[in-house]
Structure formats: structure tokens, C-alpha cells
Design a protein around this ligand. Structure first.
Ligand code: NI
Length: 171
């Protein structure tokens, strides 16, 4: 299975709104598998299709400590949100080396189709709740740094552009 290229902020394609998946077919399953491989290789806990430049409502995640519980969420929907909020540092494979505090719902109920195309529901809290909210934002074209101040965001943009340039220069 090939690893996929992850778009880096501020790539404008990260702001594309993903379309619902019409059919869970072999091609989509292969994409989900490749995304999982890419996510594990990059040591991430979640990855949205938007980040690999495919604009359909698909995300993968694994927030288990042992990194052995891959989850595939197709057409995910949040059906309930706790009033209680939590603040914690977030990072993103599209914004490497940057971590900053974002406020999220402490618990969410999620409904989605799985890799087999069958609907399932689950309740998430802690890291899983944060992760699913973060990845679902990607599907709406939103990157977590957009919750930060304009000044911080501008600094991050400059840092990412420089980092990308330095990496290209080393090749
Ligand atoms: Ni992200």
C-alpha cells in the first residue's frame, strides 16, 4: 500500500469542503487503508481525506495507546455534543511541529458508516472526542490553527512556508 502525500498548511486545498461519499466501494476502502498507513507512518492519531487532497467525507483515526484500533469513518455526523468543554493542545499532520490550545466539546456522539459500509454509532470522550471534532473540521475545510488569533496564524503560515522551502532545498 502506498503512503499518500499530506497537504501542508497554508495550502488552499485544505479549505475545500468535502462531498458526501455516495458509495462505499473497493476504491474508497483502498483509500481508507492508504490513509491509515500514512497516518501511522507519520505518528498521527487522525487523518482526513481532505489532507491527502481527496475531497470526500472520509476520515481515519486511532487514539488507542497501543495504536492497534484503526477506525474508518465515512460520512460522519455528530449527533450530540456535551455542554462541557475541554481545552487541550492540538497538533495536525498538515501543520507539523505546531501545537496550540483549542476548545472542544468534552464528549460527542458520532454516527458514521464503517469500512464495510455499515452504519455504526459511538460516544467519544477525551482524546477521541477531540480527534473526531478536529478531523471533521478538516472535512469542512477548516484547519485547527483557524481557532487561534490572527497574529499566531500569520506566524504559523510564515513558519510552514519556510519549513517547506528548507525541506525542498535539502533534496
Ligand atoms: Ni489535522
Amino acid at each position: 500500500m502506498p503512503q499518500l502525500n499530506i497537504l501542508r498548511y497554508p495550502d488552499p486545498r485544505l479549505h475545500t469542503v468535502a462531498k458526501p461519499v455516495a458509495e462505499v466501494d473497493e476504491r474508497l476502502r483502498r483509500l481508507a487503508d492508504d490513509m491509515l498507513e500514512t497516518m501511522y507512518a507519520a505518528d498521527g492519531v487522525g487523518l482526513a481525506a481532505t489532507q491527502v487532497d481527496v475531497h470526500v467525507r472520509l476520515l481515519v483515526m486511532d487514539t488507542s495507546a497501543e495504536r492497534d484500533q484503526p477506525q474508518v469513518l465515512i460520512n460522519p455526523e455528530i449527533t450530540a455534543r456535551s455542554a462541557e468543554m475541554i481545552r487541550g493542545d492540538e497538533g495536525c499532520l498538515s501543520v507539523p511541529t505546531i501545537y496550540d490550545e483549542v476548545e472542544r466539546h468534552a464528549r460527542v456522539s458520532v454516527r458514521a458508516l464503517g469500512r464495510d459500509g455499515q452504519p455504526f454509532e459511538f460516544e467519544a470522550e477525551g482524546l477521541a472526542a477531540v480527534c473526531v471534532q478536529h478531523e471533521m473540521d478538516h472535512l469542512l475545510g477548516k484547519v485547527f490553527v483557524e481557532y487561534l488569533s490572527l497574529l499566531k496564524r500569520e506566524r504559523i503560515k510564515i513558519k510552514m512556508i519556510k519549513k517547506t522551502r528548507d525541506e525542498l532545498g535539502k533534496r
